[in-house]
Design a binder for this molecule. Structure first.
Ligand code: BTN
Length: 264
């Protein structure tokens, strides 16, 4: 963690006060430390918490990443989960919503340009600055709830990352050479998420902008998914968010969720 002079304390009140949203972030549950914001947000959703409820923590002791991995949240990071009750048809767009909201808010607050690595890692200069995890409770015909989890590296030095990810990860402070107030980033993120969610609810699409922000397209990649490992050229993405991979023999494989590594 960067130890600076800036007051970077969070509270539910400082996040909500005067926030220019109708529902996202109007109810915030703040914890200095907890297991995982995903856990608490899921419980909140199952109890019928208002849509837009946000659970946020300074530190997580059992943070969760995609594909069953752990996610470290040292102090200086943003770890938050948002409760939504979307329509079934809008579920695939939530990864687009979350990653675009992060791209928009980081640029608005810091001026830094970022890109999306399929499906929803956000990178600056080819290093991961933010990870997104979406968990849903679904019935065959409806969505009970969706929780969007966002882990954003804000005020971290290279040495704060475990050695094995130091060359792959970055933080806003590392990119800018100065600390960034987390409160400003969080409030901007909540405003951006609501704008994009309202676009979806009004029948709009986030697909084109998400596709155009993907760094992955046109690259030779290896994708690890639950079904196996695939190699090929990342040719395009579908409107449902899946990746279309052109293999060595010309075959096209659709991959719904996975992890991408660039191949030389
Ligand atoms: C990834 O693997 O890239 C996704 C990481 C998601 C981390 C966030 S931090 C807030 C929320 N709580 C968690 O336990 N995970 C997500």
């Amino acid at each position: 963690m960067l130890v600076g002079t800036m007051n970077d304390n969070l509270s539910a009140d400082s996040i909500t006060r005067g926030l220019e949203t109708h529902f996202i972030g109007q109810r915030v549950l703040y914890y200095p430390r907890l297991t995982s914001t995903m856990e608490v947000a899921r419980q909140e959703a199952q109890r019928g918490a208002p849509e837009g409820t946000v659970v946020i923590a300074d530190e997580q002791t059992a943070g969760r990443g995609r594909l069953g991995r752990a996610w470290l949240t040292p102090r200086g990071n943003i770890a938050l989960s948002l409760v939504l009750y979307p329509r079934l048809a809008d579920l695939p767009a939530l990864i687009m919503l979350a990653s675009l909201a992060v791209v928009h808010s980081m640029e608005a607050v810091t001026g830094l340009k970022s890109h999306i690595k399929w499906p929803n890692d956000v990178q600056i200069n080819a290093r991961k600055v933010c990870g997104i995890l979406i968990e849903t409770g679904v019935r065959p015909d409806r969505v009970n709830y969706a929780v969007i989890g966002i882990g954003l590296n804000v005020n971290l030095r290279p040495g704060d990352f475990p050695p094995e990810i130091q060359s792959l990860a970055t933080s806003l402070s590392q990119e800018l050479g100065r600390e960034v107030p987390r409160l400003t980033v969080i409030r901007s993120l909540l405003v951006e998420m609501e704008k994009l969610y309202l676009t979806l609810m009004a029948g709009g699409s986030l697909y084109e902008e998400w596709r155009d922000n993907l760094v992955t397209l046109g690259q030779r990649v290896r994708v690890k998914s639950a079904e196996g490992i695939y190699e090929g050229i990342a040719e395009s993405v579908d409107r449902d968010g899946s990746l279309l991979l052109r293999g060595a023999h010309g075959q096209l494989t659709r991959i719904i969720a996975g992890d991408v590594t660039l191949r030389e």
